[in-house]
Write a protein that binds this ligand. Structure first.
Ligand code: PLP
Length: 395
């Protein structure tokens, strides 16, 4: 009896039972191979190999040397919010009032705050599959219901107005979240596709959230921001990807004016503020444009190399590789279990990639995601190893 009561004290909540990322298992298996002397080509983790721009690191050093780092304003340091607004003028030629910009602890915290500010428990929010798993897991943890919209080649792997409205007619939706460029596919929505979807949401009163974390990493055509198309859209972005600052944990949101105060209250209570050091570094990162463009150039070279090499190795069914640093390859010719395929590729070819089942509970067993944010030499090595492995016919 006593034991039962004691157990209850440490029993986790039902809402905390979100699935773990399978990529973590791949990383652990890769680490075991490396511990026994193997050399693994890492293409499983979605982060830049490059470090933050030198200007960002110098600004952080100077701030540390100056001494005290206190809390900042809940919405972020005003000069950083103004610099982000200027970024919209420079990159997209649009004017955004700095008062609508909120600095967040990576885009990850932006999702939590946007969902809390927009939705109530039980609300239904459409997300694309394949898609970034934390969207659905954060929604679930907050008591909302992610509604998975299966995308296909016919919709260019994006949620279309038809798909959205069909789901909305089955049961009303309160929101939709899109990402362009997307993870895990790297595919992008055209400006027209985003505009059409936005128009459909406005007609139906569905809130529109745009994850623009991979903006800046576009190769096929220029990424469009939802901020240009509507002042009602919630835009989420981050310093993690283009700016090479994953570990600094800093991102931002562009909000409709009416949501700024609710988010300020939420952030003040949930976090007080984003780490001051990271905000200072992030502001300086905007001055590291040359360095960041050089990193992007490496991704472009890597992308071309894989697009030439992987089809020759047998992986010739790849979703449009428009942006980000991912390539999503159909492996169904070789396996109906993407986790087993990734595990075998890791063990036998020493190339680590992420099973599609992490991103798509419906068709993910047919796909594997490769991240090409590493050094170009690694991409050459990966193509050579995969060619040899698949060519050996052990699959
Ligand atoms: C599509 C997408 N959105 C958001 C994130 C979260 O990034 P961060 O919290 O570092 O901004 C990631 C990270 O991989 C991602 O791929």
């Amino acid at each position: 009896m006593m034991l039962e009561t004691a157990k209850r004290l440490v029993t986790p909540s039902a809402r905390s039972a979100v699935p773990a990322f399978m990529v973590m298992d791949v990383m652990a298996a890769a680490a075991r191979i490396e511990a026994s002397g193997g050399h693994v080509v890492h293409m499983e983790v979605g982060q830049p190999a490059a470090s933050a721009p030198a200007r960002a690191i110098a600004a952080a050093r100077a701030a540390l040397a100056a001494g005290r780092l206190g809390y900042t304003e809940a919405l972020g340091i005003p000069s950083l919010r103004a610099r982000i607004a200027r970024h919209y003028a420079e990159r997209y030629a649009i004017e955004i009032d700095p008062a609508r910009i909120v600095v967040t602890t990576g885009s990850s915290a932006a999702f939590v705050m946007a969902f809390l500010a927009l939705f109530d428990p039980g609300d239904r929010i459409a997300v694309a599959v394949p898609g970034y798993p934390p969207y659905r897991h954060i929604l679930t943890a907050l008591g909302c219901q992610p509604v998975l919209i299966e995308t296909t080649q016919a919709s260019r792997w994006a949620i279309t107005p038809d798909l959205l409205i069909a789901a909305h007619r089955r049961a009303p939706l309160q929101g939709v979240l899109v990402a362009s460029p997307a993870n895990p596919t790297g595919t992008m929505m055209t400006a027209e596709a985003i505009g059409d979807l936005l128009t459909a949401t406005q007609a139906e009163g569905i809130r529109f959230i745009s994850d623009e974390i991979y903006h800046g990493l576009d190769y096929a055509f220029a990424a469009e921001t939802a901020a240009r198309l509507s002042g009602d859209a919630i835009v989420i972005n981050s310093f993690s990807k283009y700016f090479c600052m994953t570990g600094w944990r800093v991102g931002w949101m562009v909000l409709p004016a009416a949501l700024v105060r609710p988010v300020e209250r939420l952030q003040g209570n949930l976090a007080i503020s984003v780490p001051a050091l990271s905000q200072i570094a992030a502001q300086a990162a905007f001055d590291g444009r040359d360095e960041l463009e050089a990193v992007k150039h490496v991704y472009e070279v890597n992308r071309r190399l894989l697009l030439d090499g992987l089809p020759k190795a047998g992986l010739d069914r790849i979703l449009p590789v428009d942006g980000a640093f991912y390539l999503y390859a159909d492996v169904s010719r070789f396996s109906s279990d993407s986790f087993a395929f990734a595990k075998q590729m890791l063990e036998e070819a020493h190339v680590a990639a992420t099973p599609g089942i992490d991103f798509d509970p419906v068709n993910g067993n047919s796909f594997v995601r490769f991240c090409y944010a590493g050094p170009t030499a690694d991409m050459h090595e990966a193509v050579a190893r995969i060619t040899k492995w698949l060519g050996a016919g052990t699959r």
